[in-house]
Design a binder for this molecule. Structure first.
Ligand SMILES: [Ca+2]
Length: 410
């Protein structure tokens, strides 16, 4: 039985960008939603890829006048490209894997790793965010192959920002701080962590966009506390409302970034006072892009669109085979929060973390969860964003993601 569950994990795990949470297509107005936990909740199809989803509460199945439609019609947004107003320097902490065809969950699963980090990077480039570097961590896959794909993505985007290797494994669930008198705290330090510390010393104030597991951010805070005080804020793709399982198009999902390193998120939230914004599953699963639109990129005459289209095909094919009509670009919601924060519905909340072993949590498990809600009043306050302010705002986000890879059609 144990082995069967493990097999299911390896096949289910799939897209794990930030949140690994598929959303249910069933019911109501959203393609994605947070499922209410009930005694009868069943795992619809553990063989299907687990999409990290963010549900689309604003775009009914039939589409909307301005939103993307499941039939593949383009979103209709008139928004011009905008630049990051404050030009605040940012670092992208990412498990960027677009182009890999297997090796999900830091190599333990055979499914196709998620593609959304690359689209998030494209969105940052298109809107001229002041990206000081891309720090690549394990998560969607192992860190070294992820470095190869991250560099390829940077080259395709014409970005010359440093791409630096970060964590190759999660933090131990329970810390062992010393052995034989030797301090073990710095055993997580790597080139990416040192790079972030150096950038913090230079800028004395930057934002970390955490669209992968929080391993490197936690390691930074533990080993470079003086530098960490210069972190303006962490905007992370993590968490959900207090519900489980999360669902995307009827498939259960988990918070991927959390389950890949539960202790890292606990360190950042519970052992630091770094301002923290959680882009929750309820937001990041919104405005998914129809698979037909992603598929069409592959035959575009535009080289950038073609690069993204071709690199996305393995996941698009896997999702299509599993019955998904569209793909949320979870991580892009974090970048969008710097570009259009006024379009997001956010509030002050507390949090509740339940920890467990990294990487093996299945979508139908409910023992490893990170929930954000105003009802949790015994923790420090952080910000959680759970939706768009309007359907138009959601549609503009979707359009911007496609436009960033030269795939928008007006
Ligand atoms: Ca990611």
């Amino acid at each position: 039985m144990r082995r069967r569950r493990w097999t299911a994990v390896s096949r289910t795990v799939a897209m794990a960008v930030g949140l690994l949470a598929p959303v249910a297509l069933c019911g109501g107005t959203g393609v994605a939603r947070t499922a209410e936990r009930s005694a009868t909740h069943a795992v619809p199809n553990t063989a299907a890829p687990s999409l990290q989803g963010k549900g689309n509460a604003f775009l009914p199945r039939g589409g909307s006048e301005r939103g993307f439609r499941h039939d593949g019609r383009a979103a209709d947004s008139g928004s011009p490209e905008r630049t990051n107003r404050g030009r605040e320097p940012v670092i992208l902490s990412t498990d960027m894997t677009m182009g890999l065809t297997t090796g999900n969950r830091n190599g333990i699963a055979t499914s196709v790793p998620d593609i959304d980090d690359a689209y998030a990077f494209a969105l940052a480039v298109a809107h001229r965010l002041d990206v000081r570097g891309v720090v690549v961590t394990m998560g969607n896959s192992m860190v070294k192959p992820s470095m190869v794909t991250a560099r390829a993505t940077a080259k395709a985007l014409g970005s010359r920002v440093p791409v630096v290797q970060g964590a190759n494994v999660w933090l131990p669930v329970r810390p062992q701080e010393t052995t034989g008198g030797a301090d073990l705290t710095d055993t997580c330090v790597n080139d990416g962590v040192r790079f972030m510390a150096e950038q913090l010393r230079r800028t004395r104030g930057l934002t970390i966009l955490a669209i992968g597991p929080l391993t490197d951010v936690a390691c930074l805070s533990m080993n470079y506390p003086a530098e960490a005080r210069h972190i303006k804020r962490v905007v992370a793709l993590v968490g959900s409302k207090p519900t489980t399982p999360l669902e995307l198009f009827g498939h259960p999902a988990v918070d991927f970034n959390y389950i890949m390193d539960p202790r890292a998120e606990a360190v950042v939230l519970e052992q630091t006072s770094i301002p923290f914004t959680a882009i929750n599953f309820e937001l990041s699963s919104l405005a998914p892009i129809p698979l037909a639109r992603l598929r069409a990129l592959a035959t575009s005459p535009d080289p950038l669109a073609r690069f993204f289209g071709r690199s996305s095909q393995p996941l698009v094919a896997e999702l299509a085979a599993a019955g998904f009509p569209a793909k949320p670009i979870f991580d892009a919601a974090v970048v969008w929060h710097l570009i259009r924060p006024e379009d997001h519905v956010c509030r002050q909340v507390g949090f509740r973390l339940r920890t467990g072993s990294p990487a093996i949590t299945q979508a139908d498990d409910d023992n490893v969860t990170d929930w954000f809600s105003p009802e949790f009043t015994d923790t420090r306050r952080v910000t959680a964003c759970t939706g768009f302010t309007s359907r138009r705002a959601a549609a503009e986000f979707q359009h911007a993601v496609l436009a960033a890879v030269h795939g928008a059609v007006r």
